[in-house]
Design a protein around this ligand. Structure first.
Ligand SMILES: Cc1cc2nc3c(=O)[nH]c(=O)nc-3n(C[C@H](O)[C@H](O)[C@H](O)COP(=O)(O)O)c2cc1C
Length: 561
């Protein structure tokens, strides 16, 4: 992997790279007359392996929870309400089990597939999880790759015996394997990888909160993260094994504790073990623009000190939701179909929207996650006229939206909304459902939902090239909050990555002015409604394929076949 470090002052290069990101976004738009470039044929029998493994790396099984934490969903959002657990094999096992693990197996006829706690476009799961630790009882110091099928850690890099730190150092990281998405979606796939990465970060933030920890973002240069995860070791990706893109690093921190030194300070003389498996033996297409855009948008050395994370809001959560958070996390599924008659009372809408305000869990997982705003389409909300509404998520965003959207819109504040919800009615329109079906790639989910959302990202100019990634990941965080909040309301959500970008922009009058693109871009759509279940699909437990814990422990030293 190559990465060019930019001097912070090299503004011209940054501008050029930001323009490359914007150009990628433009070219990966679906248009009513033409979908973005993608494969013309798919060989469904030759799907890439859904599980990355590092053959030769020793496997450390993680215990499965005997009982889920009882913490109610609302308490999860109250800083300090959950006592911090000590770092251990069990507590870190719980972190992964409630964020990136398998959630169930599904079967329909001869087809059998797994679904995970975190959602993913097309269920293709480009996001890989990592643990970097030192001084955790029961765990080897070093770099571990999380293997969701085994619910186990592969020790990718062991550290030679070194003095134990005074308190454990625990970091989690994410990488993406773009080919997993590109295999099916072609050029638009990079967007889905970034949205998925945001969902995964959100899933980790909720699971960390259940252990009483904060997921503290650590902005670092991509080249450093690649080196710490061993992703730049070409010799460990032999025979065409697909590369992984470094995405995010977090420190897991109990509240009121000091930051640990970054892994670069203590990952000394790592002993690398294992080689990546090849996921797709016969890739039929190449989409070079994805690699070019990844290269252009890698955070550089200057990123490390660029931004401080938002503090977590200390306000009480918007709604009494007594159900255990872990139950919502486990049962979250994307709706495949909605009941087109279902309705919602507007008083139930307010907590849903309040859950999207910045500064709350999970938005503290990204620095400055307040650059994506919510355009809401209310179809069947009692007490709210059908139509389009706007929820800016920052003062600056409100000003930008006001400047960019036509003055001819209603711009009527929704007086019934709670004081902390700056909700504006843009246009009443009782016949919007059909339009939204069309806009969402003709998917019935668009018209049958109670609510549709389009997430509008501040886009031009992008302040840094990697802000492109941050905008899409922020949208993914919003999506994760929407999925779980919908479950808390006994509804269901579905993320919608397939939509006709500029048709949506035109609908609300967001048209390019002097710049080649509108200053705001819809980067992700979402639908919420009452799910109809498909009784032909059977569901079974996620880890019935694993032996019981004592036998799994006997496997500790065994590496994958
Ligand atoms: C970024 C993203 C985009 C998605 N786009 C669509 C979509 O356009 N249409 C759809 O039916 N489902 C979409 N989904 C839902 C996925 O298909 C779903 O997450 C996946 O099948 C796994 O199922 P689960 O969410 O129940 O775990 C999307 C999900 C994500 C995270």
């Amino acid at each position: 992997m190559s990465d060019t470090l930019l001097a912070p002052a090299d503004d011209a290069l940054r501008v050029q790279r930001s323009a490359l990101a914007a150009a990628y976004h433009e070219r990966s738009k679906h248009r009513l007359e033409r979908y973005a470039n993608g494969p013309e044929t798919l060989d469904w029998d030759a799907q890439p392996d859904p599980f990355r493994r590092y053959r030769g790396a020793p496997l450390q099984p993680l215990p499965l929870l005997a009982q889920d934490p009882a913490t109610p969903w609302d308490a999860l959002h109250r800083p300090g309400a959950v006592a911090a657990q000590p770092f251990s094999l069990a507590s870190l096992g719980a972190l992964f089990e409630l964020s990136l693990a398998l959630a169930a197996w599904k079967q329909a006829g001869p087809d059998r597939w797994s679904v995970r706690i975190n959602p993913s476009s097309g269920n293709l799961h480009p996001t890989e999880g990592w643990l970097l630790c030192q001084g955790v009882p029961g765990l080897a110091d070093g770099v571990h790759h999380y293997a969701p099928h085994e619910h186990a850690l592969e020790l990718r890099a062991a550290l030679p015996a070194s003095p134990a730190p005074t308190s454990p150092r625990v970091f989690v990281a994410q990488s993406s394997i773009a080919w997993r998405e590109a295999w099916k979606y072609g050029e638009r796939a990079l967007r889905y990888c970034l949205l998925d990465a945001g969902h995964a970060a959100g899933a980790l933030a909720y699971a960390a909160a259940l252990q009483g920890w904060q997921l503290q973002p650590c902005p670092v240069a991509a080249a450093d993260l690649a080196a710490w995860l061993g992703l730049d070791r070409d010799m460990d990706f032999p025979g065409g094994a697909e590369c992984e893109e470094p995405e995010l690093l977090f420190e897991l921190r109990p509240p009121d504790t000091a930051a640990a030194p970054l892994p670069g300070d203590w990952l000394s003389q790592p002993l690398w073990q294992g080689q990546a498996n090849r996921l797709d033996a016969h890739p039929m297409y190449r989409w070079p623009v994805i690699d070019q855009t990844l290269e252009a948008t890698r955070p550089t050395a200057g990123a490390a000190t660029a931004e401080a994370p938002l503090p977590q809001a200390t306000t009480v959560p918007p709604q009494a939701a007594p159900e255990p958070a872990a139950s919502l996390i486990r049962r979250r599924r994307s709706a495949q179909r909605f009941d087109a008659q279902a309705r919602l009372d507007r008083t139930a809408l307010w907590p849903l929207l309040q859950a999207l305000l910045p500064g709350r869990l999970p938005f503290s997982a990204l620095p400055e996650a307040d650059h994506v705003h919510v355009l809401l389409f209310a179809h069947r909300v009692d007490g709210l006229a059908p139509g389009a509404y706007l929820l800016p998520r920052s003062e600056a965003g409100a000003t930008l939206l006001r400047r960019q959207l036509p003055v001819s819109l209603d711009w009527a504040p929704v007086a019934e909304a709670p004081a902390d919800l700056p909700l504006w009615r843009l246009a009443a329109n009782p016949a919007l459902a059909g339009t939204l079906r069309t806009l969402n790639c003709h998917q019935a989910l668009g018209s049958d939902a109670i609510l549709g959302l389009a997430l509008l990202a501040e886009f031009q100019p992008l302040p840094t090239p990697w802000a492109y990634r941050e905008r899409l990941m922020e949208a993914g965080l919003l999506g994760q909050a929407l999925y779980l909040q919908a479950e808390a309301m006994s509804l269901a959500g579905t993320g919608i990555g397939c939509f006709f970008d500029d048709a949506l922009h035109q609908l609300i009058g967001l048209t390019p002015t002097a710049a080649p693109q509108a200053a705001l871009q819809s980067v992700y759509h979402f639908t919420i409604g009452r799910a109809l279940t498909d009784s032909r699909i059977a569901t079974t437990a996620p880890y019935a394929h694993l032996p019981a814990w004592p036998e799994r422990l006997a496997d500790t030293s065994r590496s994958p076949a």
